[in-house]
Design a protein around this ligand. Structure first.
Ligand code: ZN
Length: 209
């Protein structure tokens, strides 16, 4: 008896690069894209327009490396533009993935099924220590996750949290999650020095489900 093998479909893969602020996520993304080009792959970098700190169509790493990016907004037309632009490339990188609306999850899944290698870089936790939905979902779907850490600004241990500071004090739990361009700063902190308000995930998870 002969068995018929199902036709082999060419699919890509998804790699997620996540971690707190100042952990080198963008630098690693840019480095992986450079390596892909050395391997003669065509690459495309996508950046979200929400990040108004930098509305130019390029991404700059803290180490000064720079790459032109396709600037998109969170609407279905722009997500279709990503699919169109990706037709001509092998590798698609997303910078600051947490700024994209949840539709980015389906868009990235489509890219992987089209055979593209996708590298999505972004913050995994917001300033409250709560997972960003899109990055959390993509991490679960990923073939590979690179979770980076930074250095705690208080004690020097490994930092996985981004402490938001307004007027020199830890931000209030109920402040809006994204407040780009406001007078505030962030610093990496370890779990012990992170000024959270005790276990909070029960209530958050209930709301999300
Ligand atoms: Zn610490």
């Amino acid at each position: 008896m002969t068995t018929t093998q199902p036709p082999h479909r060419i699919v890509g893969l998804l790699k997620v690069v996540c971690g707190p602020m100042f952990s080198g996520k963008t630098e690693l993304l840019l480095s992986l894209l450079r390596r892909a080009e050395l391997a003669r792959k065509k690459v495309l970098l996508i950046k979200n327009h929400v990040d108004t700190r930098n509305t130019e169509d390029f991404v700059v790493g803290h180490d000064g490396t720079k790459r032109t990016a396709l600037l998109v907004k969170n609407n279905s037309g722009d997500f279709m533009e990503i699919i169109d632009a990706a037709q001509k490339v092998d590798v698609v990188g997303f910078d600051e993935t947490q700024f994209f609306s949840k539709e980015i999850i389906g868009t990235i899944e489509t890219l992987v099924l089209m055979g593209k290698s996708v590298i999505a870089s972004g913050l995994d936790l917001d300033f409250r220590g709560v997972p960003f939905n899109s990055v959390a979902m993509l991490s679960s779907m990923a073939d590979e996750i690179v979770k980076l850490s930074s250095v705690c600004m208080i004690c020097g241990e490994e930092a996985r949290f981004s402490q938001r500071i307004i007027d020199g004090k830890p931000a209030n739990f109920h402040d809006p999650i994204i407040l780009v361009g406001a007078e505030e700063c962030y610093e990496p902190r370890c779990r012990s020095c992170f000024a959270s308000r005790g276990p909070i995930m029960d209530g958050i998870i209930e709301k999300q489900i």
